[in-house]
Ligand binder design. Structure first.
Ligand SMILES: [Zn+2]
Length: 63
């Protein structure tokens, strides 16, 4: 069963094959090349966040 995820950066819809039914790791967006860290268990998306490179710069206000 295929599933779709949307890129957190550009919203591009990606269809993942059966190979991702149990998967933890990186998925590269075809649209903007953002790396997404995904956790998929039994065909369900458990977690998704942007890749390490984006998290190196925290966007917290500096007071
Ligand atoms: Zn994207």
């Amino acid at each position: 069963m295929r599933m779709k995820i949307n890129c957190l950066s550009c919203g591009h819809s990606m269809e993942l094959s059966d190979a991702y039914e149990d998967y933890q790791g990186e998925v590269r967006c075809w649209g903007c090349r953002t790396t997404l860290q995904v956790t998929i268990e039994k065909g369900k998306l458990k977690a998704m966040q942007r890749g390490v490179s984006d998290r190196e710069v925290p966007r917290q206000p500096v007071e």
